[in-house]
Each structure stands twice: as C-alpha cells, then as structure tokens.
Design a protein around this ligand. Structure first.
Ligand SMILES: [Zn+2]
Length: 87
C-alpha cells in the first residue's frame, strides 16, 4: 500500500501549499481573528469551475460562514447539516 500513500501525501502537500500560497492566513470576517477553518469548498453550480462556494467555521467565535463569490454570509444550520459538514 506504500505506493498509494506516497502519491497521496505528495498530492495533499501540494494542495496545502497551493491553498496557503494563494490565501494569507484566513481571518474570520466576524471577529477578525485568524484561524478560520475551511469545512468544504465546492464549485459553484453552473459556474464551470470558475467560481467556488466555500463553507467555513471560526474556532474563536463559532461562526458558521459561507463564502460565495467573495461574499460572506452566515450559513444556516439547516444548510450546514444538509452539506454534511462537521459540527
Ligand atoms: Zn470568528
């Protein structure tokens, strides 16, 4: 199984690298503290990979947030559950 783990780790490492290279440490749009966690990132329906919707939660203020086209809104609990995101 080692042959699977090595490319998997490399892929994960490069994904993380891209993520951190493109985005400075994420600040929570509510409390402005760093450490915002990304729970999910999905291509926006109908946008063909150009834009993404993402779901985030802030460990500092426990906000559940949604980012669509760079616009931050609160993610309703019902939507959070529907997307099967960690509580
Ligand atoms: Zn916050």
């Amino acid at each position: 199984m080692t042959w699977l783990i090595v490319p998997g780790t490399l892929l994960l490492a490069s994904l993380l690298f891209l993520l951190f290279k493109r985005r400075p440490p994420a600040l929570c749009p509510r409390c402005r503290k760093p450490g915002l966690q990304t729970a999910l990132r999905i291509p926006a329906p109908g946008a063909k990979g150009k834009s993404y919707w993402s779901y985030h939660r802030c460990p500092a203020c426990a906000a559940k947030l949604r980012c669509k086209d760079d616009e931050w809104t609160d993610a309703p609990d019902e939507e959070w559950d529907r997307m099967n995101l960690p509580k």
